[in-house]
Design a binder for this molecule. Sequence first.
Ligand code: ADP
Ligand code: ADP
Ligand code: MG
Length: 503
Amino acid sequence: MIKKILVANRGEIAMRIFRTCRVMDISTVAVYTHVDRGALHVRYAEEAYCISSTPDDTSYLKPEQILAIAKQTGAAIHPGYGFLSENADFARRCEEEGVIFIGPSADIIARMGIKTEARRIMREAGLPIVPGTEEAVKGIDEVKRVAREIGYPIMLKALAGGGGKGMRLVRSEEEVATALRLSQSEAGTSFGNDAVYVEKYIENPHHIEVQILGDKYGNVVHLGERECSIQRRNQKVIEECPSPFVKEATRRKLLAVAVEACKHIGYYSAGTLEFMMDKDQHFYFLEMNTRLQVEHPVTEECTGVDLVRDMITVAEGNPLPYKQDDIRFDGSAIECRIYAEDPENNFMPSPGIITVREAPEGRNVRLDSAAYAGFEVSLHYDPMIAKLTCWGRTRASAMASMARALREYKILGIKTTIPFHQRVLKNAAFIEGKYDTTFIDTRFDKEDLKRRQNADPTVAVIAAALRHYEQEKEQAARATTLPVVGESLWKHYGKLQMAANNY
Ligand code: ADP
Ligand code: ADP
Ligand code: MG
């Protein structure tokens, strides 16, 4: 039985995991860096350990140090997503040191971490894969030869890729040399491995993924699919469960082959098989994420399953508490990722202090967040600050709740993707469920977004009050070196509220 869990992560996902720990009566251990000393996950956990060696050391990639803290506190480790979650060496070191790693085996993580290897394994396990190479390409001539076989456009992708980085679209032979050079150098700097391979570019694709959960006794179930085609920079921003695009016959086939493939490779814990699906519903395996996924809440809302709880159950060596037929799919859920980014300016990161945070509440709303008024969103970490998920018995009702919740959601002091999401929810193609991964580039009217934002009177009033507050804060900062957060901010918040209400 796991009695204590160290979450080797920060932000909303650390909070997400800690919350389930509380439900399960499991003690919590946080690790944090110096810049995160005021973060919510640090306050929430029963124990917290700083892992920075100096005040400007912002790294959470401290496998040995984190392992030592886990041993010393007697905790199992949940890695969340990102950071050490797909680091096979770390999972192996946990195994060696007798610390429970809440995830799949180190061996599976290692094999799925190399995309060409994952493609080979999954092809052998019976999945259709995106046409392309199963080895790294050696040079320009080889890329051209492969491209002539499978046809342009192609994508050059990093073997060790992740987070939408290290991939390049190539539309013709003339573009190969430059694209290869850029892709290799980006892969090298991002992943410390400059190897790239070739995939056929699937035109107007849907990103469809299958949530899998397995135990150590060969039981594997699926928890349905997710539609993740609203992307910027090949990274998801809105996800839905179920997909409005996938037809029932396709769904049955997709889910069945995904489960079979995971049984074939002996997968346990939570995992996600990602697929590209073309307009004719042909699907191709893309990659496997051997961890909890950012967008797991939409699946949880539609199935009632707590994925973190069952990852813990499986890590304890218990069998899955249900069979496939016990899983009931109910209604529809949508998640909007709230990034500290400026949607009007190419989704540029927008770090800074959150001065006001008014969270949406009420029926069918779930907010996974670690933000609070006074918290500084730093440039050192991923700019995603929260995930808003809404459920409804129908897709239309889930979307109506989302529009309502987004309207209630106020974050000031930084730019966020909230206005972007509001715009998407009004888009006719999105409402009809007719969109693919090209949506943001082809259907999203940035000018219109700008006009709408400026036209919102409440925002304008609050913004004016906020500028006033910030001027005062600058004056205060000149008078004292102490950071101006906490009490004085709440006083101002009251003023802002009044300003907004009086409008
Ligand atoms: P990452 O490891 O960065 O998540 P993926 O291989 O999962 O990389 O791809 C991320 C996204 O990039 C996909 O969801 C899709 O939008 C786009 N993409 C990747 N490969 C292809 C492809 N062969 N054809 C079309 N789009 C692709
Ligand atoms: P809303 O959020 O607009 O109430 P819901 O998706 O929750 O939308 O439900 C839509 C309608 O269906 C509502 O009128 C509700 O009363 C009804 N309803 C909700 N749940 C169920 C259910 N399990 N079986 C039958 N009807 C339901
Ligand atoms: Mg991916």
